[in-house]
Ligand binder design. Structure first.
Ligand SMILES: Cc1ncc(COP(=O)(O)O)c(C=O)c1O
Length: 402
């Protein structure tokens, strides 16, 4: 404590953003074009992002939640699923993952996680499968891909679809394949404090052309796919223009107003040009944090990265091994300017307690993580000195004889 007080207190956010020249230039281009609705920046961002994840189609939406919402809705429509059909969801994740199942009138069936990786435990999935299961929805949490091979194997064996919630993970591989390239669709978020940050924003990636068309329609009020943006009636022959005019104000499904603007896409596209640097800095910061915190391994479970995958380190998760100590540690960190969040307790959220009435004892790993884990930032704007400061604050807390 004394040492820290002599040092200057730093502000260490879970996210950090610096708008660079490229972002400014692209956003200025958008403003000067007088075109804010979906146009060339959105399309370029979608196709470039899809390409980097080995996917055929990308559909940008106004959030990761919207992207997930329409991806599941598109699958439900295409495959004729019914209300009440089931979707397997991990018992630790951001609440949007399971909310979108509810928005689609489907039923989330929660499965416990692996406390070492924080991701869904593939060994627990099979026992949750019923005749009404349609989808497994793994979440690549904090930047670490799930153990996908056993999930894909189960999905094949039981004829289920996979929808990946990759809102926290981009540009990383599991066994040589990009996270986000395994499921029928995969969704990403570019919300504040994510790996790419556009303010609000999200993407659905998929390979099935009909899923792509339905998603595009759903984010635009359920419009007929003949007219999904204002360029659709450019350069048409007279006959085609007539046909277009007859159909372009036609709404064929119950859709939503989930469209992004060109400005979010401009920010995303600019950041995409330096995604490798962003990832490299995050990994350096995470490595430095891990080396500095290793002497505290008797108290802290630090991020575990299985050999077969990379970590994008959207966040740096930590579980406090001694029960009851997390909240004191978190208060101490916050008091020293280090921002934290609890690591996604889900099933005991007030709204979920009302809806589901689940027994947390059925999810021992999720209960343990929900009560004892939290995360701090390790984003690209943090310097080596910031990380050293964080390490020092942690050590100082434990020096007090805990
Ligand atoms: C795992 C997960 N799923 C879904 C979302 C929703 O993304 P958004 O905030 O862009 O709606 C988030 C992030 O906020 C997330 O972390």
């Amino acid at each position: 404590m004394e040492v820290i007080q002599q040092k200057q207190k730093r502000q260490i956010g879970v996210g950090g953003l610096k708008i660079g020249l490229r972002e400014r230039q692209y956003v200025m281009n958008v403003l000067e074009s007088n075109r804010l609705s979906i146009g060339k920046y959105v399309h370029r961002f979608e196709s470039e992002f899809a390409r980097l994840h080995n996917r055929k189609f990308g559909i940008m939406a106004n959030s990761g939640t919207s992207a997930l919402h329409v991806a599941l809705a598109a699958m439900k429509e295409l495959y004729g699923w019914k209300d009440g059909d089931e979707v397997i969801v991990p018992a630790i994740t951001f609440i949007a993952t399971s909310n979108i199942v509810l928005y689609n009138n489907m039923k989330p069936v929660f499965v416990d996680i692996d406390p070492a990786t924080y991701n869904i435990n593939p060994l627990k999935i099979e026992q949750a499968i019923t005749p009404r299961t349609r989808v497994i929805l793994p979440v690549h949490l904090f930047g670490l891909p799930c153990d996908m091979d056993p999930i894909v194997e189960l999905a094949d064996r039981y004829a289920l679809k996979i929808l990946e919630d990759s809102c926290e993970t981009m540009f990383v591989k599991y066994r040589g394949r990009p996270a986000g390239s395994f499921g029928e669709a995969a969704c990403f978020s570019t919300y504040v404090a994510h790996i790419l940050v556009t303010g609000v924003g999200g993407l659905t990636l998929c390979d099935h052309p009909e899923i792509a068309v339905i998603c595009r329609s759903l984010i635009a009020h359920g419009r007929d796919s003949i007219y999904l943006d204002i360029d659709s009636d450019d350069d048409l022959s007279d006959n085609d223009l007539r046909r277009m005019i007859e159909r372009r104000f036609s709404f064929v499904r119950l859709g939503y107003s989930f469209r992004p603007t060109e400005m979010e896409a401009a920010l995303g596209l600019a950041q995409l040009e330096s995604y490798e640097k962003i990832l490299q800095r995050r990994r350096q910061n995470a490595d430095r944090l891990t080396s500095g915190l290793k002497p505290l391994a008797e108290f802290l479970h630090l991020p575990y990265i299985p050999d077969d995958r990379d970590h994008a380190f959207m966040m740096y998760p930590i579980t406090v091994k001694r029960r009851g100590l997390r909240n004191d540690l978190v208060a101490y960190l916050e008091d020293h300017g280090i921002e934290t969040r609890f690591a996604f307790p889900l099933l005991d959220q007030p709204i979920y307690k009302k809806i589901f009435k689940l027994d947390l004892n059925d999810f021992p790993a999720a209960r343990y993580v929900g009560q004892n884990a939290f995360y701090v930032g390790c984003h690209q704007e943090l310097t080596g000195e910031d990380i050293d400061y964080m390490i020092e604050v942690f050590h100082d807390f434990f020096k007090k004889g805990r």
